[in-house]
Design a protein around this ligand. Structure first.
Ligand SMILES: Nc1ncnc2c1ncn2[C@@H]1O[C@H](COP(=O)(O)OP(=O)(O)OP(=O)(O)O)[C@@H](O)[C@H]1O
Ligand SMILES: [Mg+2]
Length: 440
């Protein structure tokens, strides 16, 4: 739970021993197919152990948008309760009070901006950096969007570019390239409402592709530049990373559920049977190994008692393939139209539940003309095999974001009047909560 001792605004840097402290954080991934809550214990340095997991079929969410508040609230309540039950010993039977929540890419807007502030020959101070970052507020269309990330992409002092840490350096002008990501107000309001109906405050919002990228990347991938594509149930989220920083976030409203619906229509069977057939026999392109194999397709409705239909496996592939091709074509269009074509790099990490469809990489590689690999959540402690798959990249990424990138939350980025003692601490969370209260 949050450390109640660390309360004042001015906090000196804590000594090393104090950093061994642990905190409890929680992540809520409100997806179109499933809603899941992960509770984790974070210890310094950056060790994340998942201690509670609850997930269940999503309700009231379609293509990444909350369309029925009551249904979504109930589904969230069940997921949170299950996670709390699993983590009850560490939580000492107390409920969690706050969560980090993902914002689907289609409800986010990236705003790249360059800011210059005068430093007139003195050392760059924390205040100068804060002042520069606070300019990101200027991009927000008030009433329509709210800042959710302030990501400093790189600093310059006078003519020297590529500075990672400007504090303490001397010059006349401090320049900062910032990626400010905003969330669309209606979507944030609905997510806030779902949380508050469950007595949960929001520690921070995180764009879905950002979270998925943080979880599913390995080694230098983000540093070298790559595109993260999270194919979920109702959305395909796109994140572009450049020099380790998120520079673009978007989504298209197509995902695995569209493949299932196509199959249900094409095979004249129920959605549940289409989903089963897709998972067991589906493929995004013909491999040659399905030669002659016949799959039985249960009829639906009044025809339920009739003999099952048998269709060649290649027929199933022929229904799936066009939808997958269309999805990658929409992704390619989105990246090109946004001007990210060059920056998006040559490599792609594909994750999300629907990325498990065999043959997806082959099709994506051809359409996007990039090198693709499948990604699943990086190894954090406490994940079972069933909850360590690509469908859980966003939930794990929310924990990584909370533990390692929480200084990119707007209120913290523009008001870093103290040194953060660890990945998470009460004053920071109080500031975020304060920001939310101010804005909502
Ligand atoms: N083994 C599998 N093969 C193919 N598709 C699969 C497999 N397992 C799950 N899926 C598909 O993954 C999709 C769900 O993915 P995920 O759990 O990532 O979605 P979500 O996060 O709830 O949705 P979104 O991110 O779009 O809001 C479903 O359409 C499901 O059919
Ligand atoms: Mg998802």
């Amino acid at each position: 739970m949050k450390d109640k001792k660390v309360k004042d605004k001015k906090i000196p840097a804590l000594k090393k021993e104090a950093r061994a402290e642990s905190s409890i954080i929680a992540a809520l991934d409100i997806g179109s197919s499933k809603i899941c809550c992960f509770i984790a214990e974070v210890k310094n340095p950056a060790s994340i152990e998942v201690i509670g997991i609850g997930h269940q079929a999503s309700k009231g969410v379609k293509s990444g948008t909350v369309i029925d508040l009551r249904a979504a609230e109930t589904a969230v309540a069940h997921a949170v309760e299950s996670a709390e039950l699993m983590a009850r010993h560490k939580l000492q039977d107390r409920p969690i009070k706050s969560v980090f929540i993902n914002v689907p890419g289609m409800h986010t807007l990236p705003h790249p901006l360059s800011v210059d502030v005068k430093i007139a020959g003195h050392e760059v101070s924390e205040k100068d950096v804060r002042n520069a970052l606070s300019h990101s507020r200027s991009v927000v269309a008030h009433g329509k969007e709210e800042l959710i990330h302030v990501i400093p992409a790189g600093y310059s002092i006078d003519n020297t570019r590529g500075i990672r840490e400007p504090r303490g350096m001397i010059g006349q002008n401090l320049g900062v390239n910032i990626t400010a990501i905003t969330g669309l107000a209606p979507a944030l309001r609905h997510l806030s409402s779902v949380a508050s109906q469950n007595n949960l405050e929001i520690d921070g919002f995180c764009a879905t592709p950002y979270a998925s990228g943080l979880a599913a990347s390995v080694g230098d991938e983000l540093q070298l530049g790559c595109t993260v594509i999270d194919i979920g149930g109702g959305t395909t989220s796109i994140g572009v990373f450049f020099e380790g920083k998120l520079v673009y976030s978007a989504a298209i409203p197509v995902g695995g559920q569209h493949v299932t619906n196509d199959l249900a229509r094409g095979l004249i069977t129920s959605i549940a049977d289409a989903e089963r057939i897709k998972t067991l026999y589906g493929s995004a392109h013909a491999t040659g190994i399905d030669n002659g194999e016949m799959i039985d397709v249960p009829p639906m409705g009044e025809e339920e008692h009739e003999q099952p239909n048998y269709v060649p496996r290649s027929f199933i592939t022929s229904i799936i393939q066009p939808r997958i091709e269309e999805t990658f074509e929409l992704v390619r269009e989105n990246i090109v139209d946004s001007g990210m074509g060059q920056i998006s790099g040559r490599r792609v990490i594909l994750t999300g539940g629907a990325s498990q469809l065999p043959g997806l990489c082959d099709i994506g590689q051809v359409i996007l003309n990039k090198k693709i690999r499948l990604g699943k959540p990086r190894s954090v402690k406490g994940l079972a095999e069933a909850t360590g798959g690509p469908a859980f990249s966003t939930a794990v990424g929310l924990l990584v974001y909370a533990a390692e990138h929480a200084d990119e939350i707007p209120s913290v980025a523009s008001n870093r009047s103290f040194t953060l003692p660890g990945p998470l601490n009460s004053p920071m969370l109080q500031k975020v909560t304060h920001w939310l209260k101010e804005n909502w």
